[in-house]
Write a protein of this length. Structure first.
Length: 478
């Protein structure tokens, strides 16, 4: 599989093309120091077989922001060194911190915008990025990634909604690119030309008047020309359409652009691949062979492999899928696809991020902060004494399923097929023994199965199927 071919990125060689993109964990305290729980989260990804681990955003400045890692002063270096050392000790994975600057937000809904920054403040940001990447190198990381996506400072300068009217102004593409250009120039001066430095940026903003792939192709070209080692494409996550909750700071993933940044179960798989393919093709046409990563519901191994085989990207960035199962790379490589704890995109993790709580997966055992071990002892869960008892009933225009609890089950996968045939589709992964399907058409016959799984993804036999026909709606009657 191309997924497990090595890839040279700048001065480092990844053992495979599976990337853990930056995901805020909120496992540190407000002091921003690396602690044992943070180390446990990232060594777990390393042990699971990821090729590149991008550590959650680390702030380059000292501002009040809750439990967020910092790289803004030398006092943070001991913890950062230990994190890098432990990951390197655990596997041959490469590890880079994501470096971030963000503007102020308030619980009233007010937020600072880029036009409020003075020239001196911009100069300070340029210096802070350079100092932070130099610290990343000193701490023993394999590289660093600049966060120029979503709602944060570098991305806000890149946006077509940038309201500045000076040399950094949004009226021209060059004006929007000026800050990231100055930042990279300073990063190279302070961290060295031979240090791997990537950048994450939006392929599309998904806000009114925001930029699309027409601009992101050109942005990608300039980022490559600036000497970045790799590009990592995401989308959305902007303040411009965020929904304010009274008493809470504005969360940039609460509007439609936020849905595109962390797409839920109703959005299609691989939804950013088309933009990535267009950017990759454009770069190749300009003789730029810079490696490109893409994120966005790529946790199906077949989807991830196809992206690489088709040349749409060089790396696949899998966030929530690897949160649900850090052993995803090892299981895919070993052909143990049936053992994967499949993310169902319920976005409980997104909700926890928005409220600054420790980010976990809803499929993990209750009251745990880390994913369960892959080699947990015991047998696969199964039903006894009469089987699952799976039953289906109609409730209006919904199908309601219920079944018996299986011995040793941590959660259940629900599968559905319809009269059109084909393989059963995984609909959801649930902790309860009750599930409602509200996405059925009237006048059709649906067939369901349920499979019990333990915490590590080990599944027992699927239940016997149950079929049910939904009533034909009156508007369809002749």
């Amino acid at each position: 599989m191309k997924l497990f071919e090595p890839l040279t990125v700048g001065a480092m060689t990844m053992p495979n093309r599976v990337m853990v993109p930056a995901m805020v964990t909120h496992l540190c305290r407000e002091d921003g120091l690396v602690n044992d729980e943070v180390i446990a989260r990232y060594t777990r990804y390393a042990e699971g077989g990821a090729g590149l681990i991008v550590v959650e955003a680390m702030a380059i400045h000292q501002v009040k922001s809750g439990p967020l890692l910092r790289i803004s002063e030398d006092g943070y270096l001991p913890g950062l060194r230990e994190l890098a050392r432990r990951v390197h000790q655990s596997s041959d994975a490469k590890i880079v911190p994501q470096i971030i600057h963000f503007l102020k937000v308030a619980r009233t809904g007010w937020r600072q915008t880029v036009d409020m920054l003075s020239a001196a403040e911009i100069d300070q940001i340029v210096e802070q990025f350079g100092d932070a990447v130099a610290r990343a190198r000193e701490a023993g990381f394999d590289g660093a990634e600049l966060h120029s996506a979503h709602a944060y400072t570098l991305s806000s300068f890149l946006s077509r909604t940038n309201p500045r009217t000076d040399e950094y102004g949004g009226q021209t593409l060059e004006g929007r690119l000026r800050l990231i250009g100055r930042v990279m120039q300073n990063v190279r001066r302070k961290a060295g030309a031979d240090f791997t430095v990537g950048v994450r940026f939006n392929g599309e903003e998904f806000i009114k008047n925001g930029y699309t792939v027409e601009d992101s192709r050109l942005i990608a070209l300039r980022l490559a020309e600036l000497g970045f080692s790799y590009l990592s494409m995401t989308a959305g996550g902007k303040f411009e359409d965020a929904v304010h909750t009274e008493g809470q700071v504005l969360f940039p993933y609460s509007g439609y652009s936020g849905d595109r940044a962390m797409p839920g179960d109703w959005l299609p798989r691989g939804l950013n691949v088309r933009n990535a393919a267009e950017v990759k093709s454009f770069l190749m046409s300009r003789a730029q062979r810079i490696p490109l990563a893409v994120a966005g519901k790529l946790s199906d191994p077949a989807d991830a492999e196809r992206v690489l085989q088709e040349g749409s990207a060089d790396m696949v960035a899998i966030a929530r899928g690897l949160l649900a199962d850090p052993d995803w790379p090892n299981k895919v490589k070993a052909g143990q696809l049936d053992r994967i704890v499949e993310c169902d995109y319920c976005n409980v993790c997104k909700t926890m991020d928005g409220t600054h709580r420790a980010v976990i997966c809803a499929l993990w055992p209750k009251n745990t902060l880390q994913a369960p071990a892959h080699n947990a002892p015991g047998a696969a869960p199964r039903w006894t004494n009469g089987g699952s008892g799976l039953a289906a009933a109609l409730k209006g225009v919904r199908v309601v399923l219920n079944w018996r609890k299986a011995s040793g089950a941590e959660y259940y996968d629900v599968y559905r097929s319809d009269e059109g045939g084909g393989e059963p589709k995984l609909m959801d992964a649930v902790k309860a023994t009750l599930w409602t399907d509200d996405g059925v058409l009237g006048g059709k016959t649906y067939r369901y199965r349920v499979r019990a799984r333990d915490a590590s993804g080990r599944g027992g036999p699927a239940s016997d199927p149950v079929s049910i026909k939904t009533p034909t709606p009156d508007y369809m009657e002749q």
